[in-house]
Design a protein around this ligand. Structure first.
Ligand SMILES: *[C@@H]1O[C@H](CO)[C@@H](O)[C@H](O)[C@H]1NC(C)=O
Ligand SMILES: *[C@@H]1O[C@H](CO)[C@@H](O)[C@H](O)[C@H]1NC(C)=O
Ligand SMILES: *[C@@H]1O[C@H](CO)[C@@H](O)[C@H](O)[C@H]1NC(C)=O
Length: 345
């Protein structure tokens, strides 16, 4: 009986709340450990557009799953020195996503961006039948087979999967915020397409040139979104409740690429299951960073929230005195290394 009630509650949550695929996955289980088959099996019971796509275009769903993972890995890289480090332990990510805080904004954006990136790349690699390269723009009389990234296709797929599938136009604040941040993530890929050109013509004289558009490296997308995270804008509902405006009256109007949030974040110092905080106890910190350095540098003072830290000596083995032998092997010895690390109390 208890179990049945819980399942029903979960279903009610999914059906009532505007479903972003990301939130859906965290209710069903983590996208990091689930493959697209199990995601589709679970999604089928719920019906709707995602279930249809699972049936008709499983290879796209597979790329969407990969994209979400790419986003998560980038999040973990970008936040590795922060108190909140984007850990996917236990249920904490699901809890983060239910709040209207900056960390949730970043997660939505980086996931939506990861989906754009991965799907677009699959198109360029020829892995999907539904899409391919965009032709190069030619300057000169010759055809030249450059492969541009068809970011429009990736953008549309990301929209289908990450934005709500029902009650579009329904305007509760959380929905508006999530949709805005999803879009900011997609723009972080689509808005930074760069031109790549190749010269041809007699002995590389560049009398002929063809150019095509490539996506930014995903690391650059991550770097950009972290900057947006740092300057995220706190918003509130406008009087008619249909749109969002900055909370601070002297703030400039919202831009599509801003990350936005409603509630202040917890400090993530102590473990708190309800808030999705794992706390920083036991985290490795940097004892030599100057105390004044602000959050994100991994300094003990900030990471340990003033609780102090303890030095340990780690002893481990690593490759050393490596020699290259013609041809082609590298032989190393194993050396014992001692390293002092600090951990938060
Ligand atoms: C968390 O992510 C790591 C890789 O980043 C993965 O190996 C692990 O299975 C994930 N755990 C959960 C609970 O999703
Ligand atoms: C992230 O934080 C968790 C919980 O404090 C910790 O177990 C994990 O090792 C951290 N990950 C990294 C890469 O520091
Ligand atoms: C600690 O921080 C200092 C200065 O910011 C840096 O030079 C050093 O490499 C860091 N150490 C570790 C182990 O990250």
């Amino acid at each position: 009986m208890m179990l049945l009630a819980r399942i029903n509650l979960t279903l009610a949550f999914i059906l009532l709340s505007p479903v972003s695929i990301l939130r859906l996955w965290w209710v069903l289980g983590s996208p990091l450990v689930m493959d697209h088959n199990s995601i589709c099996r679970k999604t089928r019971r719920l019906g709707g557009k995602h279930a249809e796509l699972c049936q008709s275009q499983p290879e796209i769903v597979q790329e969407v799953v990969k994209g979400a993972r790419l986003g998560m890995r980038e999040c973990q890289h970008q936040f590795r020195h922060h108190r909140w480090n984007c850990t996917n332990q236990s249920r904490s990510l699901g809890k983060i996503l239910q709040q209207d805080i900056r960390e949730a904004a970043f997660l939505y954006a980086i996931t939506a961006a990861g989906v754009v990136h991965t799907v677009t790349q699959a198109c360029s690699m020829g892995d999907l039948l539904q899409c391919g390269c965009t032709p190069a723009t030619q300057e000169g009389p010759w055809e030249w087979g450059g492969c541009g990234d068809d970011v429009e296709f990736g953008y549309q797929i990301s929209r289908q999967f990450t934005d709500s599938r029902r009650k579009r136009g329904k305007s509760d604040i959380k929905t508006l915020i999530d949709l805005h941040n999803n879009e900011a993530g997609r723009l972080a890929v689509q808005g930074f397409m760069r031109m790549e050109c190749k010269c041809h013509g007699l002995s590389g004289s560049c009398t002929l040139r063809s150019c095509w558009r490539k996506m930014p490296l995903f690391r650059q997308t991550g770097d950009w979104l972290v900057q947006r995270f740092q300057s995220a804008v706190q918003v509130m509902g406008s009087n008619n409740g249909k749109s969002l405006i900055p909370l601070r009256q002297d703030a400039p109007p919202l831009e599509p690429h801003d990350l936005i949030y409603f509630a202040e974040s917890p400090d993530f110092c102590l473990a708190n299951r309800r808030l999705g905080s794992e706390g920083t106890r036991g985290r490795v910190c940097n004892g030599t960073t100057v105390a004044a350095a602000v959050g994100g540098s991994g300094g003990c003072e900030s990471l340990c929230c003033g609780r102090g830290h303890q030095e340990h000596t780690l002893v481990y083995e690593e490759n050393c005195v490596c020699r290259f032998h013609w041809c082609c092997v590298v032989q190393c010895q194993r050396c014992s290394v001692r390293r002092d690390v600090s951990r938060c109390l």
